[in-house]
Design a protein around this ligand. Sequence first.
Ligand SMILES: [Zn+2]
Ligand SMILES: [Zn+2]
Length: 308
Amino acid sequence: MDYNAFPGPGRFYKGCLHTHSTRSDGKLTPGESLSLYRRLGYDFAALTDHNVMNRERFGMPDDFLVLPAMEFQTDYYEDSKRTKCHHFVVLPRGDGGFAHDERMENDAFTGPEDAQRTIDRLARGGNLVMLCHPVWSNTDFSDYGGLRGLFAMEVFNTSCQNKYSIGLSDSRWNDMLRAGARMWAAAVDDAHSVPHMGQGWICARARELSHAAIIESLENGWFYASTGPEIHEFFVEDGEAVVRCSPCRNVYLRSDRIGCGRQVVHSESGGMLPEARFKLAAGVRYVWAECVESEGRIAWSQPIWLEE
Ligand SMILES: [Zn+2]
Ligand SMILES: [Zn+2]
């Protein structure tokens, strides 16, 4: 059977799913932050201030979409010190059960059952829920590996990378895929100030630039995550995975298997290849692609599940 990671109609829209403003602990006002993203070539952004829902457009022109959003926190305490946490980006499909400017207390987090209750409550209310920066959150597999109902995990977080060198979490995402979770990968800035803006984003294939169409794209995984490269196509045909992307040094195919991270030299000597092709081993459950530019910037495809 053949599979295509971007079956939806339309075009790609560049977006920011996680950033902060003076509505919580960010340095820029909402209008300054959104305007800067627009100047950086983004088509949409979600202002995800801590525990406070945003539904305003802050005067942005019609060519820029502001997704209703917030970042919701749960904290784990030992001896009255916070030792780990879960943060979730919350994206309402409709009203999501939250009014504009509604402020929330942190949920309790004493174990994975609490975190699952938080996700279930947010999802039942009509929200997409994404797990943020799991490395910075200091959680381990026993905390996040069994969580279900998340639409995505951050595989890259600019602020965590720039400040603490712990922004990359694609291996944790792959651990969850291998454990049976069905969820997508996102790259985000989580910016609290200008130096951390515009370095991690998603490109969502959607029929139009509207809240409903972008949510549809996010739910269905018709997007990719990136810190630089573009992924134009990712599909499986005749037992091969095919990746077409902007000029990259290497393209890797990742899966649930050991030894499946095969490398294809994509540009250097001999020029640019039009595509990377990987023969699929029998029994592989899912595959996803990682495209790496010569400067080291990365794009991550979503998984294609081969077993359904
Ligand atoms: Zn956070
Ligand atoms: Zn944040």
